[in-house]
Ligand binder design. Structure first.
Ligand code: CTP
Length: 236
């Protein structure tokens, strides 16, 4: 299969030196890219601004530890991420084994209505920032692939503060996803910046599969396996 994986935050600039963003570090998405490559899949990793190195082919006892290739595309804003995801899916459209889009990225829902070309001076700012909605990457992609013969498997994430399962089921329905990976980012060992996660798989058919606390690498392997079971053309 081909995996298109998004990772990290997006940044929505109001001038060259200021932006709206969130604390996502990209660890979960990079773990999914690594797990998919190790399982032999070709991967396009679309990363917001993060401080992580692209997983590399490294010899391990004489054998490469990563089987598939990882092609990395760096983006900054939500609109750039949408364009990169669309391009990657169009390029992978005819992969006979199917395509999975795994959206771990914490995409900013809003951006400043305008972005100044030069640094805004504080006395020139009113103290009120006008925002406009960003496109929803998953919803937009779902609309675009509707007419495709083989639809990609679409997997979303839901980082919530509090009981995540009901929200994940809503997002799964509204965005037309095969699965949402839900987690409560206020739980110890889960969420932004840590190497572990406690997630629940919420499937389109209503099945809920809670997983124990595990490393993000282990969660990533479970996600890749799940995508394989949805298989090519398994999108809704
Ligand atoms: N997502 C997206 N485009 C956006 C916002 C989110 O594709 N503009 C994706 C995320 O990558 C994630 C899923 O949608 O896989 C859920 O993201 P989340 O921020 O939890 O949900 P929202 O749709 O923003 O909903 P809400 O603000 O109600 O929590």
């Amino acid at each position: 299969m081909r995996f298109v994986v998004t990772a990290g935050p997006t940044r929505e600039h109001l001038d060259p030196v200021r932006f709206l963003s969130n604390p996502s570090t990209g660890k979960m998405g990079f773990a999914v890219a690594r797990a998919a490559a190790r399982a032999g899949h070709a991967v396009t990793l679309i990363a917001g601004p993060v401080a992580l190195r692209t997983p590399q082919r490294r010899p391990h006892r004489g054998r490469p530890t990563i089987a598939g290739d990882i092609r990395r595309v760096d983006v900054v804003s939500a609109r750039e991420m949408l364009a990169a995801v669309e391009a990657a899916l169009v390029a992978a459209k005819d992969d006979p084994q199917g395509v999975a889009l795994v959206m771990t990225a914490a995409v900013a829902d809003w951006r400043p209505a305008t972005c100044a070309m030069t640094k805004l001076k504080k006395h020139a700012m009113s103290g009120v920032l006008k925002l406009v909605r960003n496109p929803d990457v998953l919803k937009t992609i779902r609309g675009k692939v509707r007419a495709w013969k083989r639809k990609p498997v679409l997997v979303g994430f839901a980082a919530e503060t509090g009981e995540p399962t009901a929200e994940a089921a809503r997002k799964c329905r509204e965005k037309g996803l095969a699965m949402v990976v839900a987690n409560d980012v206020t739980q110890p060992g889960a969420g932004f910046g840590v190497d572990t996660n406690r997630v629940t798989f919420v499937l389109a058919d209503g099945i809920v599969e809670p997983l124990p606390l595990m490393t993000k690498d282990a969660v990533a392997r479970r996600i890749v396996k799940k995508c394989q079971t949805f298989g090519g053309g398994g999108g809704i």
